[in-house]
Ligand binder design. Sequence first.
Ligand SMILES: [Zn+2]
Length: 102
Amino acid sequence: MSTNGTSSKSYIEQPCDRCGSPKVVSETWDQAHETISGTSTLKVSQITCTNEACQAEFDKNRAEEVMRINEKKMKKEEQDKIRKDNIAQTIRERKESKLLTN
Ligand SMILES: [Zn+2]
């Protein structure tokens, strides 16, 4: 991501890779980033296609992608919780067996 500054400019200059329509910056905002030296702000721009149907399709796909990522994240968290519970259980059992043998 070191060429972000230049590539994002050329990215908007290129026609949409889905339908060939020109792109437009629909929104720009400052995004705070936590770094070692503190918080730095990064300018983020939302680039959309001027073809509404194409953009709607893209938004739909992205929403589905976000849903998939969230689902994966939730499943991972669930598994992590189960794993932690199992570890805690194992530790408990070990302690109990130690108490029994001693
Ligand atoms: Zn497009």
